[in-house]
Design a binder for this molecule. Structure first.
Ligand SMILES: [Ca+2]
Ligand SMILES: [Ca+2]
Ligand SMILES: [Ca+2]
Length: 461
């Protein structure tokens, strides 16, 4: 450790706490009201695997090659419009029901582009457009994706966790990952630093995604291996190996992970370790820093570290806390430098345990989120050879959805300023609680994040 780092280590002594909630009672909200350090838990393993084949999506032209869509100016009446289209000699003209748009079949050996150019010269025509193809959204082949990862794509139905834990879900209560992946899977050189209990770098859903063995500020060495489980879970939610036929899909399909260990084997750490971790990550290539942890104390050294990383262009995402109280933990509460993540669920309701306050920026799924854990942990919790995945609840699980999305935006828009990138995440969110709390509010912030709105360019205007 460097001398300045040592100075930070002595300066701030407040304990930070990993934001995790056990599911042992089967009632995530009740059992997760108590914020506590990570210890061996009774999280649930997926009951069974439902392996399904990924859909194969053919690459085709993005619009129909035999027709175009036309709208006339409002002052043009229908009879004149139809007569005009007939006068062009198009083989077929069809009026789409009730919306004043005509579908016009192109003449033989005339391309869509030529037809559009012809029509656009006519002053009576307001718009002439290709008939764009809608695509099935990108579906990864990870076996747990279809039935368990409601956070990424929620078709409704039952989340079948165990015989006594089968919540009904609402279709569409998700972050629209599949639509976003159609256009943005991220780059391998976009790096998400996971400041946590470490990361299991040998996990089959993380191997190959890890930039380096990272840095361990609890033990002062260069091996940030997870000796708890929490950081592995968080890393997987953000950027597990995706479409590898194994386990889960990560939000940031192709982006990579930089492990930074800021807690000891009991899951507890100190502000000094996280301060060093933030600075180290910012100096070692991180584009995004995920902090699924927090403490009660406002601390100038911690704030300075966040400012340092922010000023280097790093997007910082942190968990709001799991106390169900009007109190956003630090560093999530540093409005200028950190996006504070609240937790939503499979119905787009904000979790009772999710801390609230004016510092909340967005919500993301944080109830019964499936993620990878080290095999040693699965063996101890569920028996030898259990699948190394658990469902976890907490704002800990919300933050990495936001971090993964931030990495995809950074990959797609490398020149966007960090402040503008934070605005994109805020302002594209869905106001899921608009019935009770329209607009930005202290529980959902701007709303549950929406990857499609943040990443998919608008085609039709
Ligand atoms: Ca996978
Ligand atoms: Ca904020
Ligand atoms: Ca709202």
């Amino acid at each position: 450790m460097s001398m300045p780092a040592r100075r930070f280590a002595r300066a701030a002594a407040a304990v930070l706490v990993i934001l995790w909630a056990s599911l042992g009672s089967g009632d995530a909200n009740v059992s997760s009201r108590v914020r506590r350090p990570v210890r061996v838990s009774s999280l649930r393993a997926p009951r069974r695997l439902h392996v399904q084949q990924a859909m194969v999506r053919a690459r085709r032209r993005g619009y129909a090659t035999d027709r175009v869509l036309v709208r006339f100016r409002p002052e043009v009446d229908d009879a004149y419009a139809e007569g005009l289209l007939r006068s062009y000699g198009f083989p077929a003209v069809r009026r789409l029901s009730g919306i004043g748009i005509y579908s016009v079949r192109t003449a033989p050996r005339v391309t869509v582009a030529e037809t559009l150019a012809l029509l656009r010269r006519n002053p009576d025509i307001a718009l002439a457009r290709p008939d764009y193809r809608v695509r099935l959204a990108e579906i990864p082949n990870d076996p747990y994706f279809l039935n368990y990862q409601y956070a990424l794509r929620n078709n409704g139905g039952i989340l079948d966790i165990s015989p006594d834990n089968r919540p009904q879900m609402t279709a569409g209560a998700d972050i629209k990952a599949t639509a976003a992946w159609d256009v943005a899977k991220g780059d391998a050189d976009t790096i998400i630093a996971i400041l946590d209990t470490g990361v299991d770098m040998t996990h089959p859903d993380l191997v190959g995604k890890i930039v380096s063995t990272g840095r361990d500020f609890a033990n002062d060495d260069n091996d940030a291996t997870d000796d708890v489980w929490h950081g592995t879970h968080v890393a997987g939610v953000a950027a597990a190996n995706t479409n590898n036929g194994v386990g889960i899909a990560g939000v940031a399909w192709n982006c990579r992970i930089l492990p930074v260990k800021v807690t000891d084997a009991t899951g507890e750490g100190f502000y000094s370790w996280i301060i060093e971790g933030i600075r180290w990550a910012a100096d070692n290539g991180a584009d995004v820093i995920n902090l699924s942890l927090g403490g009660d104390a406002d601390d100038p050294f911690l704030k300075e570290a966040c400012q340092y990383a922010h000023d280097k262009g790093v997007v910082i995402v942190a968990s709001a806390g799991n106390d169900g109280l009007q109190r956003v933990l630090f560093p999530a509460a540093y409005d200028d430098y950190v996006l504070a993540a609240a937790a939503s669920d499979y119905n787009d309701d904000i979790a009772d345990f999710s801390n609230f306050g004016p510092e909340i920026d967005v919500a993301a799924p944080g109830v019964l989120v499936l993620g990878p854990v080290p095999q040693f942990y699965a063996d101890a919790a569920f028996g030898p050879g259990a699948p190394p995945y658990v469902f976890a609840s907490g704002t800990s699980s919300a933050a990495p959805h936001v971090s993964g999305m931030a990495a995809l935006i950074r990959s797609a828009k490398p020149d966007l300023s960090v402040d503008d990138l934070m605005k994109v995440i805020r302002y594209t969110a869905d106001d899921v609680n608009r019935a009770e709390l329209p607009g930005r509010d202290d529980h959902a912030g701007y709303g549950r994040i929406n990857m499609a709105r943040a990443l998919v360019p608008t085609i039709l205007r």
